[in-house]
Design a protein around this ligand. Structure first.
Ligand SMILES: [Zn+2]
Length: 312
């Protein structure tokens, strides 16, 4: 009994310290006010903004801008492909509890339309990819984030959306945005300098899926093609044979597969063309190590992998 009383006094004391620490007006306590109610009424920390990114690499860019003020969840799990993802019923619950949702768009997450019809988050959704014209084949390649200068544009949009949703964090978001843009600009220069170490005739890539189209255009690498241009649809025998011929014609040194897809077809192409296979190029998904858990870390890892494979 004495112990219970001592505990109650102690908790009320802690609560008062909490109220003062939060800068809130300390109210006179009514006799018999339940301690549990007081603890509930005076949270010691501000709850984080609940933010969704459709896939993990996009989530890493969102985290760079939001920092500690936000908690980021990605719908597509690490190691899975956003193009072929099949939403789970739990995704609807996750979306319903979100303060803000970021999507790449440009045809990447076609499943989001269906999912959002079940949730209707309205103005909570922000689409980040530039709405540019389709290529000569009528398709828009959605993988803009693999170019840091485009990722800077994403960061601008993310900061603006976070400010609209959480105006009291404006100073933090602007400070994070400035640091993020500086990091991404430095990354862009570093990539250009790494690619410049490759002799021009070695600057040619084939990937399993068509993720590096904008990257190749930015850094002067010939995009020879993709094993599976439409994720989830195996290439025809004719298209596959043509890609082997192109690999020889352009003296491509390696084919790059990604952890979210089976490497089998890439390995068949490599053996047909007599070239190497790299099976761990990360683009749509982060990896399981600290170095592969940030946008800049992932890009630096990939570029070193690309340069190393094309050089040998
Ligand atoms: Zn992709």
């Amino acid at each position: 009994m004495i112990l219970d009383k001592a505990l109650n006094i102690c908790l009320v004391g802690l609560c008062l310290i909490g109220l003062a620490a939060c800068g809130q007006k300390t109210e006179r306590l009514a006799a018999g006010t339940p301690v549990a109610h007081l603890v509930h009424a005076a949270p010691l920390t501000t709850p984080k903004l609940q933010v969704i990114a459709t896939f993990s690499t996009l989530g890493a860019i969102v985290s760079d801008v939001g920092g500690d003020r936000i908690a980021v969840t990605s719908l597509v799990p690490i190691g899975a492909a956003p193009e072929t993802y099949e939403p789970a019923p739990s995704d609807i619950v996750t979306l319903e509890h979100a303060d803000l949702v970021f999507e790449n768009g440009a045809g990447l997450e076609t499943w989001m339309d269906h999912l959002l019809r079940s949730v209707n988050p309205g103005q909570k959704l922000v689409v980040l990819a530039p709405q540019s014209a389709a290529g000569s084949d009528g398709r828009v390649n959605p993988h803009y984030w693999l170019v840091p200068t485009y990722a800077e544009l994403y960061a601008n949009e993310i900061a603006a959306a976070l400010e609209r949703t959480d105006p009291s964090g404006t100073a933090v978001y602007r400070r994070n945005l400035a640091a993020t843009r500086a990091k991404y600009a430095a990354l862009d220069h570093w990539i250009a300098s790494r690619v410049a170490t490759l002799p021009p005739r070695r600057r040619a890539m084939i990937c399993f899926h068509d993720a590096w189209f904008h990257f190749d255009a930015r850094y002067g690498i010939r995009d020879v093609g993709a094993v599976e241009p439409v994720p989830g649809e195996e290439p025809s025998a004719g298209a596959f044979a043509q890609l082997i011929a192109d690999a020889r014609r352009y003296q491509v040194h390696a084919v790059f597969a990604e952890p979210q897809f089976s490497p089998k077809l890439a390995q068949q192409l490599a053996s047909g063309a007599g070239i190497a296979t790299v099976t761990d190029l990360y683009d749509d998904t982060l990896g399981g190590t600290p170095a592969l858990s940030t946008y800049v870390g992932l890009m630096r890892y990939d570029v070193n992998r690309i340069v190393q494979a094309l050089q040998s």
